[in-house]
Design a protein around this ligand. Structure first.
Ligand code: ZN
Length: 371
């Protein structure tokens, strides 16, 4: 079923009334820029201004609930809450001032405060000393977020929280915010965690079509081998494909057994050599993970880390071939497991030929949606 965005609904009512954007903006007491951003779904002027717009357009109360314009001050809708839970990466929903409205389990695992309603990610990045300790590239991130603040303030100039924050961040950051572009999509946060290793997450921000007052932020984890994962401490007792490899004949979960081998519970075919199976999977997986773009991004992140005096346990791979070499000879089990878990939903193993290796079995891989 077709569902119009809030901006599209407003535009429809405005065209019907035959009035110009500037006219409605004036009647609602906001700028033409603010009104146009609301219609195009790129900005939120605040609940009060939004209500004034709906009044100015003389949309009847019945039509407001029918077209979903009556969402103001409503907490997280069930659809958005369900989407949030469905993310396998840390994800939060914030209001237009970047204060938390909801968070999933993965997000609170990364930073407990992310899940506290009313907590501000924008304020945390711009003002807290904790952010400067936790993020290796805090200075770069703060510059981009200063621009985010400037943009948010331009669209909701009377918002007291944004105004206060703008005062607090100081002249230097304000100046950087004025010159930078607020490009948060794909922004990398190099995260210093308690256990030592770095976690690198890439931000992706989207606006739900029916809730222009909210922002959905997903934090995608980058596949870089982090310091602290020492190749010598590899846990060889743990199988890379445990819970992922299935028998292609009976669909039973294949068990990891002494050898090491993977074995179907009903022994549909002879046990498969674990190293050969994992290697074949790597040959299919690594070209998907280490695309040209991903390799460039990892090289850049490595530079940021090294500039901060931290060297990764394994250098960022320079090619798929290099990544395959690392997989075979240098990567600890935990890192391989993490890589596989982030990309592969399941692998069905069947006896038969293989183009990649003369291994006597074939893989049918079910990939996870691309991060
Ligand atoms: Zn079987």
């Amino acid at each position: 079923m077709f569902s119009a965005t809030v901006g599209q609904t407003l535009r429809t009512y405005r065209s019907r009334s035959g009035r110009a954007t500037g006219d409605i903006a004036q009647a609602a007491g906001i700028s033409a820029q603010q009104y146009e951003a609301l219609e195009s779904g790129t900005g939120w002027p605040g609940s009060q201004a939004f209500t004034a717009v709906v009044e100015a357009l003389q949309i009847p109360a019945e039509a407001r609930s029918r077209t979903g314009l009556n969402f103001c001050e409503r907490p997280l809708g069930t659809a958005i809450a369900a989407t949030l839970k469905g993310f396998t990466v840390p994800a939060i929903v914030v209001d237009h001032t970047w204060r938390t409205v909801g968070a999933n389990h993965e997000a609170t695992g990364l930073l407990p405060e992310l899940g506290r309603p009313g907590w501000s990610l924008l304020r945390w990045i711009l003002c807290s000393s904790e952010a400067r300790q936790q993020l290796v590239n805090a200075a770069d991130v703060a510059g981009t977020f200063a621009a985010v603040l400037r943009e948010a303030l331009a669209l909701a100039p009377s918002d007291p929280d944004l105004q206060a924050l703008h005062e607090e961040i100081g002249a230097d950051l304000r100046a950087r915010g004025a010159t930078q572009y607020p490009d948060v999509d794909g922004l990398d946060l190099v995260w210093r965690t308690d256990s030592g290793p770095y976690q690198i997450v890439s931000l992706f921000v989207s606006v739900p079509a029916r809730r222009p007052d909210l922002r959905q932020i997903a934090l995608h984890v980058e596949p870089l081998l982090l310091p602290g994962q020492d190749p010598d401490t590899a846990q060889w007792s743990e199988a890379v494909l445990a819970g992922i490899a299935r028998c292609g004949t009976c669909q039973g979960a294949m068990a990891y057994e002494w050898g090491p081998v993977y074995q179907c519970p009903q022994e549909c075919f002879p046990a498969v050599d674990a190293t050969a199976l994992e290697d074949q999977l790597a040959q299919l997986l690594l070209p998907r993970v280490y695309t040209v773009g991903a390799l460039a991004s990892l090289a850049q992140l490595q530079e940021v880390m090294m500039a901060c005096g931290r060297e990764p346990a394994l250098p960022a791979p320079v090619s798929v071939r290099h990544a395959l070499y690392q997989w075979r000879h240098q990567m600890p089990m935990s890192a391989r497991r993490e890589l596989v878990a982030g990309w592969v939903a399941s692998v069905a193993v069947k006896p038969g030929g293989s183009a990649l290796a003369n291994a006597g079995f074939a893989l049918d891989i079910c990939w996870l949606p691309e991060p």
